[in-house]
Design a protein around this ligand. Sequence first.
Ligand SMILES: [Zn+2]
Length: 339
Amino acid sequence: MIAKINQLLEEVAALKAANAEELEALRIKYLSKKGAINDLMADFRNVAAEQKKEVGMRLNELKTKAQEKINALKEQFDNQDNGQDDLDLTRSAYPVELGTRHPLSIVRNEIIDIFARLGFNIAEGPEIEDDWHVFSALNFAEDHPARDMQDTFFIESHPDVLLRTHTSSVQSRVMEVSQPPIRIICPGRVYRNEAISYRAHCFFHQVEALYVDKDVSFTDLKQVLLLFAQEMFGADTKIRLRPSYFPFTEPSAEMDISCNICGGKGCPFCKHTGWVEILGCGMVDPNVLDANGIDSKVYSGYALGMGIERITNLKYQVKDLRMFSENDTRFLKEFEAAY
Ligand SMILES: [Zn+2]
């Protein structure tokens, strides 16, 4: 009896069926009431009592294996059927829910559009940078606080490698391989070692612009700033420049625009001054031009940079910076109509 079971086990393991009819024939041969396995079941009562346990187990194993094999073969045909007979080309498609563009992308694209109309080309660079492109080539002193671990993420095993703290590193990368006229806009993500709160994050986004050519003056810069502010925030927008300091520009300035929330009358957003700061700018320091292989005696240039989050806040009054990276679709849906 054991020998017979073993023989059937081998047969079952090797079963093949080319179509549903062959499969049905196999099912009848092995699993039907008059099938081979039921025949053995009928003989089971004649098995000697001391062998009943072992034979019973083997018999059950055979029955399970046969059922599994037939099922597996059946599934194979069912799947084939789904590909053929059940295909209904007239059935309506599953509804696809459309996503919305992220507010930072909307604003970034708007900024890029404005500068593209002025003839600026997009330039991009790596987020993982080296000290030279982020600091040294941009006239940062050896002991500048930005080089401190408190402000910048460094790679522990390579103190020369860091996450860029500004997109100015792209300016350096473009200048070192090209000669003026250079007119680029660099959008990208930057990283700072900051505690995360509603008003600060360890990463945010910047757009910087750089223009280097012969006879570029502060007047050119001011005109571009005014045009940008009015395109971005409306034709009535006023700008004002305050002297400031950046290592890579001289002279440097920060630009305020008339508060577009209160129209300049004063509100909590502008701290009742009627003005809000939106960007930093200045004439490229001659040291920066020379460090990047551009002759500062022949060429001059201006640079400006702004945080995309800051501009987005002004346009849409997003009060908590963290909302930008929480991927809450309810928040993102609010910008559906914005583009
Ligand atoms: Zn205001």
